[in-house]
Design a protein around this ligand. Structure first.
Ligand SMILES: Nc1nc2c(c(=O)[nH]1)N[C@H]1C(S)=C(S)[C@@H](COP(=O)(O)OP(=O)(O)OC[C@H]3O[C@@H](n4cnc5c(=O)[nH]c(N)nc54)[C@H](O)[C@@H]3O)O[C@H]1N2
Ligand SMILES: Nc1nc2c(c(=O)[nH]1)N[C@H]1C(S)=C(S)[C@@H](COP(=O)(O)OP(=O)(O)OC[C@H]3O[C@@H](n4cnc5c(=O)[nH]c(N)nc54)[C@H](O)[C@@H]3O)O[C@H]1N2
Ligand code: SF4
Ligand SMILES: [Mo]
Length: 879
């Protein structure tokens, strides 16, 4: 096939990708120089896309009760069972749970079926966990869910605030763009507001390490210094009245930073002609997230720093099509194309769709939806493109609900997921590279995802599966599309229907695209209509929104702390979020060996004071528990944390670890307006978790570990590699396992260690390295022995020691995933005189491709500088 210009399926930056498959089936990708979101750049996840398109682990055929069936049979079963539940219990007894990773066409189809024809609004999406507070913020202020800014604004601003956003890891290409803007204009100020010092702080002039959840205090206090008289907005006097109660001292105390720092930040904001505030999950995932969004928007309204270049409150979307979901009405409390549950909107939809069954009231939001499933009120759920058994708070309760639900349908690309385990019926969906449609990124830019791979097995497009189900339910006519192009044009036409500027989302200018034009569609920012035929980079340029008479609104915000509160039993606050090289529940990135190298197992970041208080040692294991559940993670002692605050990644789940799921601990507390969970704060306690044995197992076939063993699976291509920790007699158990197979054993043991190699006819079957503390094993050397067994006695000995024969250098933790450069080589290069990230790049190539690791290179350089400056001549660590 030819090269396809398509869009990255990961984050909301929405980078253009040129992808190609050669005759041998090898997929290569590069950034699309012509795409305005990235101009050719890709981050490490995007650059590794070619390694995720293999079919190992894919769900390729429909299944009913675990058995492979034809599409006809699977759809008949699913349709029949859904119909029976609707007939007996009414439409409210069924629900869809969709995802910001669906394409707009898929999403539109699912929303149309549920709200338009099944006739209940019980379709919600994982965007509830992600963007719903931002949506409430924009709707309250502007009357529409309309992001006013563009990426190009980051190059035209004087002060750029990143709050609750670790863009260096979560929006890397946008971060690189900000870094480049800063380099070109060093006078541009950057402030990062985050309780922990993240890689994003690398480019910041100032990092405000506020108390977890205290952001609103900072913003409300700043509003008090602005001019109320200049504010011709609804709600202004109330907003100012509350704000005046927040003095500098009160803010400083509330936020846990000095009054000086607060004053300086306020000065920066007030004096900068142009200010942008970029915000993400540190703001949204809060029990008062909607108010925090409005506290930010209030500042931009009151200061007039909105609707012009370099200005505005810019909520960064997380998923590739979170914005598309907001357009089609994927959230349970909105209708399609920015319509609401108003009589006129309902009537308009009824006419357009030709249905008298349009839902009249909002449906259940994610957390309450799964509660309703647990109570047996909702009896069927169809999950598409999301993994709620991992990503929802109190995930054990979500699992119990799924286990008790009479009908669980899952549309997936991965054969094995935590949610898929509960499915009665499974539909194989087309994956990235195969599917065809559109996505919308953070800056409202619609881009095409184009296929460059054939559909594998029986996998089908998500929109097609929905349309087929609609036909089984008796709604053939309204779902008779033959191609996503038809779905797109219908959606575009609806957006313009009786709109006349009443609804922000209007892409009626695209409604008449021919199939060829749709295929050739260049990235374009909505609205796209008669007034803006080429799209629009900025909204609110006239300071008029979509509320009554266009008036904008300020919201009175009373700062709240998190509902999660520490106490004697649970004295620490656990923060959760992303790591650089993993995507969510790891179904794709977790299978790519090089993306597993940066952080190979859940890591718990702890401040040195807390480490000392709770007896935690670097690289040792810790058990973290809340009243709801517990997890085990590897301790990382770091002054980047605030004392009293921990951080753990959200990614690990039962496919990749035992007791690695952070949401087993998180309480299902939500924001009252948006229903978004407080995923960033959980009261926990922590203790050292000392296992008698720790180690690594490499094997040809997967081995089942004893139930008390904690393990972490590592991506290892055709082989299997797990890290483990256990109190049980792992060595006896593994030796028994190997003997039972009749394999020849070779082992070495001593006080506190046990290594074993198992052979069959000269072929390595299994390698076990166990010790009282994590042994040092050279993974690549052991994996290589499966295909190229050692030939000499000396080589076998080296292998038994977990080492490569000869003097191969131990690479250490991978810092640069693009070129596989380890920490130890970087440290060595620093000792040899490399004094900047650029010099390291020249010598080792690290940081010269996607640049995601540059903050870490700088941290290693700073650490080395610190070690010399302190005068103690602490030798640089070389393992
Ligand atoms: N590598 C990678 N990138 C991704 C994703 C991924 O899975 N992996 N997922 C994508 C998705 S869906 C999303 S939503 C985005 C999320 O992007 P981000 O929101 O940037 O990522 P997070 O790591 O969830 O959280 C951001 C920061 O919020 C901080 N924070 C926690 N509590 C508070 C607080 O009270 N106040 C403030 N100011 N900050 C706080 C955390 O310390 C963290 O550094 O990332 C997208 N990009
Ligand atoms: N504690 C805590 N919890 C969180 C967060 C946090 O920061 N902390 N963040 C929250 C946020 S912001 C988000 S967005 C969620 C994300 O959480 P999820 O949405 O649950 O995570 P994913 O792993 O992205 O799930 C996507 C699933 O869809 C499948 N898939 C991929 N492509 C397709 C496709 O084309 N079609 C279909 N049908 N399936 C496909 C994948 O294999 C995968 O199983 O997690 C939320 N949960
Ligand atoms: S920044 Fe990375 S993950 Fe996000 S869209 Fe671009 S390449 Fe994909
Ligand atoms: Mo997200």
């Amino acid at each position: 096939m030819n090269a396809a210009r398509t869009t990255c399926p990961y984050c909301g930056v929405g980078c253009g990708v040129v992808a190609q498959r050669d005759e041998r089936g090898v997929v290569t990708v590069r950034g699309d120089e012509r795409h305005p979101a990235n101009f050719g750049r890709l981050c490490v996840k995007g650059a590794a896309l070619g390694e995720t398109t293999g079919l190992a682990g894919r769900l390729l055929y429909p299944e009913v009760e675990g058995e492979r069936v034809s599409w006809g049979r699977a759809l008949d079963e699913a349709g029949g069972r859904l119909r029976a539940i609707i007939d007996q219990h009414g439409p409210q007894a069924v629900a869809f749970y969709a995802s910001g990773q669906l394409l707009t066409e898929d999403y539109y189809a699912a929303n149309k079926l549920m709200k338009g024809f099944i006739g209940a609004a019980n379709i919600d999406t994982n965007s509830r966990l992600c963007m719903s507070s931002a949506v409430v913020g924009y709707k309250r202020a502007f009357g529409a869910d309309a992001v006013p800014c563009s990426y190009e604004d980051v190059e035209q601003t004087d002060l750029l605030i990143l709050v609750g956003a670790n863009a260096a890891w979560a929006h890397p290409v946008l971060y690189q763009r900000i870094a480049a803007a800063k380099q070109a204009h060093p006078e541009m100020k950057i402030v990062v507001i985050d309780p922990r010092r993240t890689a994003t702080c690398d480019i910041a002039d100032k990092h405000l390490a506020i108390k977890p959840g205290s952001d609103a205090g900072l913003f409300v206090g700043l509003l008090a210094l602005m001019d109320e008289q200049a504010c011709d907005f609804d709600g202004a006097s109330d907003a100012f009245a509350v704000a005046r109660e927040w003095s500098l001292e009160r803010v400083a105390d509330f936020c846990g930073v000095t009054a000086d720092d607060v004053a300086r930040f306020y000065d920066d904001f007030l004096s900068a002609p142009r200010v942008m505030t970029l915000y993400t999950m540190g703001i949204n995932q809060s029990s008062s997230g909607s108010d925090k969004c409005n506290a930010i928007i209030n500042l931009h309204l009151a200061s007039g720093k909105i609707g012009r270049p370099g200005c505005g409150p810019f909520s960064l979307t997380g998923q590739p099509n979170a914005m598309g979901g907001r357009e089609v009405g994927g959230l349970a409390n909105q209708l399609a194309c920015h319509m609401n549950f108003e009589p006129a909107d309902i009537a308009r939809l009824g006419r357009f769709w030709g249905s008298e069954r349009i839902a009249h009231t909002p449906g259940l939001m994610a957390v309450e939806l799964f509660d309703a499933i647990g109570r047996g009120e909702v009896k069927a759920v169809w999950v598409m493109g999301t993994n709620p058994a991992v990503s929802l708070p109190d995930s054990d309760r979500v699992r119990a609900a799924l286990a008790a639900c009479p009908l669980v349908i899952v549309s997936e690309v991965a054969a094995q997921t935590d949610t898929g385990c509960f499915a009665h019926i499974r539909f194989p969906a087309l994956a990235w590279g195969e599917k065809n449609g559109t996505v919308t990124n953070s800056e409202r830019r619609i881009s095409r995802q184009r296929p460059f791979l054939d559909a594998p097995g029986d996998a089908r497009a998500d929109w097609w599966i929905v349309a087929q189900m609609a036909q089984r339910l008796g709604f053939s006519e309204a779902f008779g599309w033959a191609h996503p192009h038809e779905v797109f044009c219908e959606h575009a036409a609806l957006s313009g229907l009786e709109n006349d500027g009443a609804r922000a989302f209007d892409i009626s200018g695209l409604a008449g695209l021919s199939r060829a034009e749709y295929d050739a569609l260049e990235p374009v920012q909505w609205p796209i209509n008669a007034a803006n035929p080429q799209g629009a980079a900025r909204l609110l340029t006239q300071r008029r929104g979509w509320r009554k008479e266009g008036k904008l609104q300020m919201v009175a915000v009373t700062p709240q702390l998190p509902q999660a509160q520490v106490n004697a039993q649970y004295p620490l606050l656990l923060n959760t979020g992303r790591i650089r090289d993993q995507w969510h529940t790891m179904t794709r990135t977790g299978e790519v060996p090089r993306l597993m190298q940066h952080i190979p197992q859940p890591q718990l970041d702890v401040h040195p004071d807390d480490a000392a208080r709770y007896g935690l040692f670097p690289q040792a294991l810790a058990r973290v528990s809340s009243p709801l559940g517990w997890m085990v993670a590897k301790v990382n002692v770091t002054a980047a944390q605030r004392p009293g605050a921990l951080f753990a990644p959200m990614h690990w789940n039962d496919r990749f670890a035992r007791q690695g799921r952070v949401n087993a601990l998180v309480a299902p507390v939500v924001d009252p307006h948006s229903g978004q969970p407080e995923s960033k704060q959980t009261a926990v306690r922590v203790e050292a978790w000392r296992a008698a044995w720790q180690g690594e197992i490499f094997s040809r076939e997967a081995v089942a570990l004893s139930p008390e063993t904690i393990w972490w699976r590592q991506a290892a291509g055709a082989f299997h590699h797990v890290l483990f920790a256990t109190d049980g007699p792992a060595q006896t158990w593994v030796a028994q396992l190997c003997r039972a197979q009749g394999w020849q054993l070779q082992y070495a043991q001593g006080k506190g260690f046990y290594h074993l190699l198992a052979w069959r006819e000269g072929e390595l079957q299994l390698a076990f390295f166990g010790a009282n503390s994590a042994p040092n094993v050279q993974r690549e050397a052991v994996l290589a022995a499966f295909t190229q067994p050692p030939t000499t006695e000396q080589e076998r000995h080296a292998l038994l020691g977990g080492k490569a024969p000869g003097e191969q250098e131990e690479a250490g933790r991978t810092i640069c995933s693009c070129f596989g450069v380890g920490e130890n080589r970087i440290r060595a290069a620093i000792i040899e005189g490399c004094a900047s990230a650029a010099a390291l790049g020249e010598k080792l190539r690290c940081g010269t491709n996607c640049g995601s690791c540059v903050p870490e290179l700088k941290a290693l350089l700073a650490e080395a500088a610190h070690e010399t400056r302190s005068g103690e001549r602490v030798p640089l660590k070389l393992l």
